[in-house]
Structure formats: structure tokens, C-alpha cells
Design a protein around this ligand. Structure first.
Ligand SMILES: *Cc1c(COP(=O)(O)O)cnc(C)c1O
Ligand SMILES: [Zn+2]
Length: 413
């Protein structure tokens, strides 16, 4: 049996359905300007790849899903291990109104501390196949920190455009990994537009979210992994924090791939969680209209987006899975962030905690039934933005280094 090099058939516009060949590679539909899906030959994949062959694969990184990835081959060195993050499980969690099973997909455990590594890894390998050595990304912080880290590992160069408001830890990561950083005097959206101009002007590779179809393919691995960890037992709802919409779009793509392969027989609901100060996608769902730009303002920097660049894929993900959108306030995010850490041991950044806040909100409004299996994507580490977390904390008072003083300050032991 000859195994084809890879199973990519081509690209297809998610808006006007125009199909494109694999080569020459294009980012977006040249007819309507919308984003593209990567299309695979599921029939051929199914002949060569089964749940059993997957189970026998000892590679814990995202490259274990190679037949569903838009690259020719896995890198020889996968020791950086993008993906393979733990699924932290709590059975029979008793809430005020329900008893549920809770699955926390802890993607803070990726090399640079966020889910973005899944996309950067595939972007870097794809760029390599195209012969590109310099990648450009506009980012609110995590995509850039991630690209910088993995570019260092894969021996590539990265140019980063970040808004000046990005948290200091993320800017530090970018510099620490040796990428070339430009902080842009403007919003993320301004940085994004500039990144596209630079890519055009110099013919570089774009790792910017929402215009490069291979990035969704990287992000979808979080769902392939989640379902594999659940032994293909489909959860009822998956909560996803949403900014540009690339993660939730990728999540849907992963589910659609598994459905096409016959590895699952129905879809879980994808629940899009946005900050009420950055609500473009949830608004479009709520009012059943086109996505309109907002003026984003939220502490959850990773989901602070005026105009979502992968909005159409996000809307598709919500509608096709019979999902819904939920908005959470900054106060709700901060409260959820603390509650999550204190009850699970996971320190999530505000954007990641917003997914948990969305779950709490739906649960308290009676939209979750007892017995449901709830998965939550914890997309980035709280260590990336400690200033925000500190708002919920009060520093302890100073004590003398004596047992007497300890006792004076502590009544509960
Ligand atoms: C990027 C990011 C998101 C949002 O992902 P989109 O693809 O922009 O919707 C959520 N959480 C974290 C931690 C992120 O870095
Ligand atoms: Zn099109």
C-alpha cells in the first residue's frame, strides 16, 4: 500500500465555496476575500489511519494527528511537545443547581504557556515547506510569544507587531525568545493591518490569525486530543473563549473532520464566550446579523478584539453545533479566575478564565442540566498577566519570625 504524502485535497472558501489548489499557496479567497478551509481526502485517510493505529502512536505531541494536518511530514524532532496537554477531570461536581462532570483542557501546559503553540507549530512547518524563513505575526501577545518560542526551536526568524497595551510578561517572552518586536502605537487591529502590509511588501510568511487557513488546522488539534482523551465519548458542551474566532473555528473543523471519518456520530455544542466589552461575535449570534466592529475594552487582553478576523468560521462553529454565545463581564471573569485556581490548581489568564466564567453563568441561569459532561478550554497561563490576577488578591500582613506572632495572626489552626 502506498501512503500518500499527505491527504490535503486543496482549499475551499467558507463563504463562496470557490476551491483552490494546494499550490500556489494563498491565504484567503481571491474572489470574495473570506477565509479558507483545508480539505482532506477522508476516504483515503480512513483506509490508512484508525483509532487503533492512533492509540499505538507513542508521540504525545500534535504530530500524532499528522493525517489530519496540512503538512507533508512531522518534524524529526518533536521533543518540544506542542499539545499532549492534560485533561483535568472532576466527576460528579456538585454545583448549587446541578451535578455535572467537568473536563478542563489545560492548554496552559504548552511550551510558551498557551494554546497558540498549536497554530505556531503548524505555521512554522508549513512556512518551511514553502521555503520561507521569516514569519510575521500581529498579536495581542500569546500568538507572538508562541511564534517567538517555536521559531527559536525550529531555527526561524519572527517579526512581531504587538499593541503597546500587551501585558509585560508576554512582551518579555517575545524578546526573551529572540524575536524582533515592534510595539505599535495603536490597537491590536492597527497592528494586524500593518502586519498584512509588511507581509505583502517583503513577501514574508504570515502567522496572523484569521487569514491563514493552516493555523485553524493547528488549533483544531485541541479538539482531536480532547475527544481522544475522553475515549471518543462526546461531551455535551465545550466552552471556548473567543476573540478573533480562530480557536472556536478550529474546534468545529476538528469535530467536522472526526465526523467525516466516522470517528464520532454527533457534535457537542460549542459555546462561545466573549467579554461583554468585546462582543462582536456573540452580538452577531444574538441579533442574527452580520458581524459588526466594536470598540473593544476588557481586561481579558487575549480576547480583546474590535473586528474578529475569523468571525465567519466562529459563527459557523456555533450554528452548526447548535451552540450559543455568552457574554461575561470583567468582574465575572476575575471572580471565575480566582474560583478556578482555588478549586482546580490551574492558574488561567483572564481570557482563559472567561470560558469558565461563561460556564458558571449558563449554569446559574439554568441552561445546564444535571448529568451533563462539560469541557472547558483553558487556553493560556495566568503567569502571563499577574497584575490582573492581583486585583482579586490582598497581600498578607507582615509577621515577626516568631511562633507567638504567627499564633496572634492565625486563629484557625
Ligand atoms: C488567542 C486566545 C484566545 C482567543 O482565540 P481566538 O482564536 O482569537 O478566538 C483565547 N484565550 C487565549 C489565552 C488566547 O491566547
Ligand atoms: Zn470566497
Amino acid at each position: 500500500m502506498t501512503i500518500p504524502k499527505n491527504y490535503v485535497l486543496g482549499y475551499k472558501c467558507i463563504n463562496c465555496a470557490t476551491e483552490y489548489e494546494v499550490k500556489p499557496f494563498i491565504y484567503q479567497c481571491t474572489k470574495c476575500g473570506e477565509n479558507l478551509d483545508v480539505q482532506y481526502d477522508y476516504l483515503e485517510i480512513g483506509k490508512n489511519w484508525t483509532k487503533t493505529t492512533l492509540q499505538e502512536n507513542t508521540d504525545r505531541s500534535i504530530h500524532r494527528y499528522l493525517p489530519l494536518l496540512p503538512i507533508q511530514k512531522a518534524p524529526e524532532n518533536t521533543t518540544m511537545q506542542v499539545g499532549g496537554t492534560p485533561l483535568i477531570t472532576f466527576h460528579d461536581v456538585q454545583t448549587e443547581t446541578t451535578k455535572i462532570d467537568l473536563f478542563l483542557k489545560d492548554d496552559t501546559r504548552n511550551p510558551s504557556g498557551s494554546l497558540k503553540d498549536r497554530a505556531s507549530e503548524i505555521g512554522l512547518l508549513h512556512a518551511d515547506e514553502l521555503g520561507a524563513d521569516i514569519l510575521v505575526a500581529a498579536s495581542t501577545g500569546n500568538a507572538a510569544a508562541s511564534l517567538a518560542a517555536l521559531a527559536a526551536f525550529h531555527n526561524k526568524s519572527a517579526i512581531i507587531l504587538a499593541p503597546k497595551s500587551a501585558p509585560i510578561a508576554k512582551l518579555t517572552q517575545i524578546l526573551q525568545y529572540g524575536a524582533k518586536l515592534f510595539t505599535v502605537n495603536g490597537s491590536y487591529d492597527d497592528a494586524f493591518d500593518l502586519s498584512l502590509k509588511i507581509v505583502d511588501e517583503y513577501g514574508l510568511y504570515s502567522r496572523s490569525t484569521g487569514i491563514n487557513p493552516v493555523l485553524s488546522e493547528g488549533k483544531k488539534t485541541v479538539i482531536l486530543e480532547l475527544l481522544e482523551q475522553l475515549q471518543w465519548d462526546i461531551p455535551d458542551k465545550i466552552f471556548v473563549p473567543v476573540g478573533d474566532g480562530c480557536i472556536i473555528g478550529g474546534a468545529y473543523k476538528g469535530l467536522a473532520d472526526l465526523l467525516s471519518l466516522g470517528w464520532i456520530d454527533h457534535l457537542p455544542q460549542l459555546i462561545a464566550v466573549q467579554a461583554s466589552g468585546s462582543s462582536a461575535i456573540v452580538d452577531a449570534i444574538q441579533y442574527d446579523r452580520k458581524i459588526e466592529s466594536v470598540s473593544a475594552n476588557t481586561i481579558a487582553d487575549s480576547i480583546s478584539v474590535d473586528f474578529p478576523r475569523d468571525g465567519l468560521k466562529a459563527i459557523r462553529a456555533i450554528k452548526k453545533t447548535n451552540g450559543s454565545g455568552v457574554l461575561v463581564t470583567d468582574a465575572e471573569i476575575l471572580e471565575a479566575q480566582k474560583l478556578l485556581s482555588a478549586n482546580s490548581g490551574i492558574f488561567a489568564e483572564p481570557a482563559a478564565a472567561s470560558a469558565f466564567a461563561g460556564f458558571l453563568k449558563l449554569n446559574s441561569s439554568g441552561k445546564i442540566k444535571s448529568g451533563e459532561k462539560i469541557a472547558i478550554l483553558i487556553t493560556g497561563s495566568g503567569l502571563k498577566d499577574i497584575q490582573t490576577a492581583q486585583k482579586q488578591l490582598s497581600l498578607p500582613s507582615l509577621i515577626e519570625p516568631t511562633l507567638e506572632d504567627f499564633k496572634r495572626h492565625n486563629s484557625d489552626l
